[in-house]
Ligand binder design. Sequence first.
Ligand SMILES: [Mg+2]
Length: 316
Amino acid sequence: LGPGAEFDRIRAIAEALGADAAGLGDDCAELGRAEGIIVASTDTSVEHVHFERNWLTLREIGHRSTAAALSDLAACGATPLGVVVAVAAPADTSSQELAELMAGAGDAARSAGTTIKGGDLSRGDCLMVTPTVIGTAERPVHRAGAKAGDGVWVTGVVGGARAALEAFRARIAPDPGARERFVAPVPRIAEGRWLAAHGARAMLDLSDGVVADAAHLAAASGVEVEIQLEQIPVHPDAVREALTVRAEPVIFAAKGGEDYELMVALTEADGERIAAEFEAAHGRTLTRIGTCHRGQGVRPMFRGSRLRLQGFDHFQ
Ligand SMILES: [Mg+2]
């Protein structure tokens, strides 16, 4: 890298990333040779839209945005090959601040077994982080593929990120467990690969919320997804937060986005066995929350009757 303020910043970033980066500063990132299908996904996190600077440290902002992008690789059963990150930041952002932001991106990359391979830096009106993730999958799993009769399952517990978000918005400190789910979601890479190899018919990651994401699965697969809200496994901090705001915990959790767990359709015949093997392999629950039927859309059921629910929509 030659002289100049931009390159000084990139040097500071490279130093902060250390072993979490590889090959920074060239015209192109090299991702190596790969078997299988190459897959890619990109995800933008914008200040005032996705986060506020006073909620999170810069390191957490970098971590969260990169983990969210990597979660899309998990959702198709892919293994990451690398991450490139485009950053726009106000002119007064220091080298140190950018290095902190990118160290967070490096933390997320490391947690997914990969490295930062490059990126781009620009001046902008507010902070904007756009990680692009590239991976490879033997057989990428899509949102389409669920059939009538399939069970719909989710990994882990949900609602933790929403509990943190509601607390941030109310200007109170979130419970530590919920805060962790919001600031440092763990992309379920190993789980996604395992599910892809063990019968996942359709899969996606929970970014918009259980009900909204079930609607995506339904639309892509051409089925109706019936969700039994009582079956949703709720993060303990989300139960607490829901009770504080006088909401039903399962409904609170069902409407919460950004948990980055996986939703997967499995055949009726194999679902129970696959779930037991999954739990043994990953030490994480796989819980049945619904069933696919002939039809369209999502049917959220609560205590025997249908509920009208809105999911999370960036444009509402
Ligand atoms: Mg996704």
